[in-house]
Design a protein around this ligand. Structure first.
Ligand SMILES: Cc1cc2nc3c(=O)[nH]c(=O)nc-3n(C[C@H](O)[C@H](O)[C@H](O)COP(=O)(O)O)c2cc1C
Length: 232
């Protein structure tokens, strides 16, 4: 099966049957999520795995009673940084330098650029930026689940503030962003399972552009070059 076959097979499962996903498949999906790229390699997010039935019942209540929350095998809760700080960025880069046997100050110039860029944009922008990174990992998990023939429902339909309260995230520096119940479809009770997959036609989805389609801008700002950092 190719990736495209897997993506055709998967769908946002509406009814799951409660069957358990084997540990090795769960590990594979989590590893794909961990290997996702992120802006500056900061991995501004992590995943909380929940199987506790009593906790899943509570989560269902703040996720518009969506049945997949309690009928899944494992619920993945993606959580992302609530903001950037010198301490957080340094911690990640120091780890990266240790793993690559490079001095801690190797990334200092780049770190300064990021902090100077993100700092003035405020905590709300920063949390949103971190949240966007978590969705890349989320997408990898969805694709990996499909490859493993594990059903997964992307879920944004929940109350993030209530979730943060329930999972006691307040004060940890993380906010919940998106949910991914993993499990197996109960095909006979799922109205979506046999519906055609509908997407924007390719011609409308993909547009090619050349210089003749672009604006005639002569005063594009000259920005600082990142080459010296990104080509290390
Ligand atoms: C970020 C995101 C949030 C979503 N939230 C929900 C949700 O709360 N409940 C649900 O049943 N489906 C949810 N969906 C599923 C979409 O409706 C579904 O992916 C889309 O209609 C395409 O259909 P398919 O995934 O079956 O191919 C969500 C999808 C994404 C990507």
């Amino acid at each position: 099966m190719s990736l495209l076959d897997d993506l055709q097979w998967r769908y946002a499962t509406k009814k799951m049957n409660g069957a358990k996903v084997p540990q090795e498949k769960l590990d594979y999906i989590l590893e794909a999520a961990r290997l996702a790229p992120s802006s500056s390699g900061l991995q501004q997010y992590k995943i909380i795995v929940i199987t506790d039935k009593a906790l899943l019942e509570k989560i269902k209540g703040i996720a518009y009673n969506q049945s997949q929350i309690t009928d899944c095998s494992h619920l993945l809760v993606f959580v992302a940084w609530d903001g950037y700080s010198e301490e957080r960025v340094s911690q990640v880069f120091n780890h990266m330098m240790d793993e690559r046997s490079l001095p801690h100050n190797t990334m200092d110039g780049y770190k300064e650029i990021i902090l100077n860029l993100y700092g003035p944009l405020g905590r709300e922008w920063q949390a949103h930026h971190a949240s966007k990174q978590s969705y890349i990992s989320f997408a990898m998990a969805i694709a990996a689940a499909a490859e493993q023939k594990v059903d997964a429902t992307p879920i944004e339909g929940f109350l993030p503030d209530k979730m943060d309260e329930l999972l006691q995230l307040k004060g940890t520096g993380y906010k919940s962003t998106v949910l991914l119940p993993l499990g197996y479809r109960e095909a006979e009770n799922d109205w979506l399972v046999n519906m055609k997959k509908v997407r924007t036609p390719k011609e409308a989805f993909v547009t090619e552009m050349t210089i003749t389609d672009a604006a005639d801008m002569v005063d594009l700002p000259v920005t600082q070059s990142l080459d010296s950092f990104t080509q290390k």
